[in-house]
Design a protein around this ligand. Structure first.
Ligand code: SAH
Length: 242
């Protein structure tokens, strides 16, 4: 390779990656949190570096200790740019997808959000960094119990976890300002549309299991429901309780 080509590539790479100078100072010392530096870099490179700009979302992603939401043996991989297994055939979503889905809900502090698919509880914790109230439903009971314990020990008191089928939503606490579904459904469950507040937003992956699916943004305005496809994705399937 010619020297000219190599230097052109280096220039491109240095433009594509955010420079260290753009990284704000750490809020946690390395003694308190051995993963603080990795988390910081994850946010700069994978999240801000890919166009997420909402300061609250960036702050939330910088705050939640993702390594405490993955199985112990996976902690060293927690800040990598991919989903990770959490047991029972389920996964914790890729950090960028968590940030993207959070940002698109346009959250505000006083809001009440419903999540379907608690999994590890990581997405719920990210939401709870921003809004007052998060209700989340997980169909695999041991995952629901573990997530509830984890969120309690990390003092996420604004999150309520329930074991059960999220297809029917959570009528007692409806309507919700926002709904986030983190498993792929074949269609948008009608109970979730019904439980979305006027002016509310829902983000939900739809499509066949294990195929490329589309992330749909659903908005309810003047009683009308508008859907828009915003990103191709791949999620584990939404399971139905028999
Ligand atoms: N949000 C999670 C990742 C979700 S993976 C996190 O941050 O870790 C999708 C989760 O949806 C899995 O845990 C799966 O068990 C759950 N799930 C699948 N179908 C469901 C249903 N009908 N109701 C509630 N949870 C469901």
């Amino acid at each position: 390779m010619s020297l000219k080509l190599v230097s052109a590539i280096l220039v491109l790479v240095s433009f594509a990656l955010p420079s260290d100078r753009s990284i704000p100072p750490l809020e946690t010392s390395p003694q308190d949190d051995p993963y603080a530096q990795q988390r910081h870099r994850m946010v700069e490179w994978q999240i801000a570096g890919r166009g997420i700009t909402d300061p609250e979302v960036l702050r939330a992603m910088r705050s939640v200790p993702r390594h405490l939401f993955v199985p112990q043996g996976e902690a060293d991989h927690a800040y990598e740019d991919r989903p990770l297994p959490i047991g029972y055939g389920q996964t914790i979503s890729q950090p960028y997808i968590v940030a993207f889905m959070t940002e698109i809900l346009k959250l505000r502090k006083h809001q009440k959000i419903l999540e379907i698919g608690t999994g590890s509880g990581y997405q719920a914790a990210v939401l709870a960094e921003i809004v007052d109230s998060v209700f989340t439903i997980e169909i695999v009971e041991p995952l629901a119990l573990a997530a509830a314990d984890r969120l309690r020990s990390l003092h996420y008191s604004g999150v309520v976890v329930r074991a059960g089928d999220g297809y029917n939503g959570w009528a007692e606490h409806a309507p919700f300002d926002g709904i986030i579904v983190t498993a792929a459904a074949e269609h948008i469950p009608q109970p979730l549309i019904d439980q979305l507040k006027e002016g509310g937003r829902m983000i939900i992956p739809t499509g066949e299991s294990w195929e490329v699916q589309e992330l749909l943004l659903v908005e309810k305005r003047d009683g009308m429901v508008r859907t828009e496809s915003v990103l191709p994705v791949r999620f584990v399937p939404l399971i139905r309780q028999k």
